[in-house]
Design a protein around this ligand. Structure first.
Ligand code: AVJ
Length: 311
């Protein structure tokens, strides 16, 4: 039921090591999502400051009928970055997909979700693809030629630079053929104080999520990063329209990584995430540049978040 496409290649490992030895060091955000990271991310989604998830859910709930009417029922449904499939599952009743394909880098997240949904919905064919689509979206032979709805919620597209986002959207557009569309959510630019609160919450859950990437890297590479020696830094980079997250060495650190030593002086940072923000006009333009001709937008009354259907 679950097929791996391009499993963890040696080149991925080499790219991670190279990032750790560059200046400044960088760890791609896909490495947040080990088992604990997935759990911490679920907790983030419930934080009072993290408005993204609940605002998107409110938009989906308010406009479910309209969205279902434009997206069409009875299609194949591809849940990109599905995680626990909670967001995708919402659409089962409204869209009544014929097939549900969960796509995620974390097999541990989608396996139980698929089993749970398959038991509850015997009329739907469920499958999973474990893949890393940060460079190429390769679903293997998973899709049949019929109509398909791609689903990419939560502003996960914000992890890509605008160039890379355009490339991913163009690949999705290609896979849509002329009988498919994309339902996608993207966060909007707003006051830096609100954005910064969403990524540096009072309880420190996002800080734990950020630091935990070092546990994951240690488990993957056998390195000896001390998560306690790095502090969580999150700020809105106004000119680049992105929230940045970093891990900053609070004291000098010598870390053993893949048989080499990486030295951090106090204050050195590891860049762990970018989260780009788009106005509805900007994002609709990006979708059109990716080859989609019709774009519909829904927002919450405050304009905090936006949901798009493009075909
Ligand atoms: C899963 C990429 C949408 O950027 O808001 C949450 C990840 N990082 N808090 C985001 C995240 C810190 C999240 N995305």
């Amino acid at each position: 039921m679950i097929s791996p496409v391009r499993p963890q290649a040696r080149s991925e490992w080499a790219a991670l090591v190279e990032g750790l030895f560059s200046t400044p060091a960088v760890i791609p955000p896909k490495y947040f999502y080990d088992s604990l990271g997935c759990t911490l991310f679920q907790a983030i989604c419930e934080l009072p400051e993290y408005y993204l998830t609940r605002t998107e859910r409110a938009i989906f709930t308010t406009h479910a009928d309209t969205i279902a009417a434009v997206a069409g029922r009875g299609r194949q449904f591809v849940d990109l970055g599905a995680g626990d499939c909670a967001k995708g599952e919402f659409w089962l009743s409204a869209l009544q997909p014929r097939r549900f394909i969960a796509v995620d880098i974390a097999a541990a997240a989608i396996e139980p979700a698929l089993a749970r949904m398959a038991a509850a919905h015997p009329e739907i064919e469920f499958s999973g693809v474990v893949t890393d689509f940060s460079d190429v979206l390769d679903l293997g032979p998973e899709l049949d030629g019929s109509g398909v709805t791609f689903f990419y919620p939560g502003s996960s597209i914000g992890n890509f630079s605008p160039d890379k986002a355009l490339a991913l959207l163009a690949q999705v557009r290609h896979m849509c053929g002329n009988r498919g569309g994309l339902l996608i959510g993207a966060d909007t630019p707003k006051e830096p104080s609100r954005l910064e609160a969403a990524y540096a919450d009072t309880l420190g859950v996002t800080a734990a999520f950020n630091r935990n990437v070092l546990n994951h890297v240690n488990a993957m590479l056998g390195s000896d990063f001390d998560p306690a020696a790095f502090s969580h830094v999150a700020f809105y980079n106004v000119p680049d329209r992105r929230v940045e997250m970093h891990l900053q060495a609070s004291t000098p650190q010598r870390v053993q990584v893949a048989g080499r030593e990486r030295v951090f002086t106090q204050g050195d940072r590891i860049h762990t995430e970018n989260s780009y923000k788009y106005s509805p006009e900007e994002f609709a333009a990006l979708l059109r540049r990716a080859g989609f001709s019709s774009v519909v937008v829904w927002q919450d009354p405050a304009g905090d978040f936006a949901v798009y259907y493009a075909e």
